[in-house]
Design a protein around this ligand. Structure first.
Ligand SMILES: [Zn+2]
Length: 121
C-alpha cells in the first residue's frame, strides 16, 4: 500500500492566502511568497490548488548561481471591468505581478483578480 497524503486543508489555503496578502502589501518578497506556496503544494504532493477565486500552480525550480528558486503562478479567475475588484468593488488593490495585465490582491475581500494596466490611473 502506498503512502497516503492528506488532502489540502483549509489551513493550507489560508497559508497561501496569507502569503499572497503579505506580498501584495510589501511585507514579504515575491520569492518568499513563491517558497511558501511551493512548500504547501509539495507537502500535499500536488501541482496546483484552487483557492477561492484563484489558482496557484507550482511549475518547478529555477537553479541559478544565487540559489534555487521555486516558480509559482497565480491565475485569477475574475477580471476587473475597470480598476475595481470585481467581487466587492474596492479600488486600489495590492500589486502581485504582471505588466499589461496585472494580477492584484484585494485588501478588502481577499480576492485575487486581473486588471488591465491601462485601466489604472
Ligand atoms: Zn474585493
Amino acid at each position: 500500500m502506498g503512502k497516503v497524503y492528506a488532502f489540502p486543508s483549509p489551513e493550507d489555503r489560508a497559508q497561501i492566502k496569507d502569503a499572497i496578502a503579505a506580498c501584495a502589501n510589501w511585507k514579504i518578497s515575491q520569492n518568499t511568497m513563491n517558497c511558501i506556496i511551493a512548500n504547501v503544494l509539495q507537502e500535499r504532493r500536488i501541482k496546483k490548488l484552487v483557492v477561492e477565486n484563484f489558482i496557484v500552480r507550482y511549475i518547478g525550480n529555477i537553479i541559478t548561481l544565487a540559489g534555487v528558486f521555486p516558480v509559482v503562478t497565480i491565475k485569477a479567475t475574475q477580471k476587473a471591468a475597470g480598476d475595481a475588484c470585481p467581487a466587492c468593488g474596492h479600488r486600489g488593490g495590492g500589486y502581485l505581478r504582471g505588466d499589461e495585465v496585472m494580477t492584484v490582491f484585494c485588501n478588502r475581500c481577499g480576492g485575487v483578480y486581473e486588471v488591465e494596466a491601462e485601466a489604472i490611473g
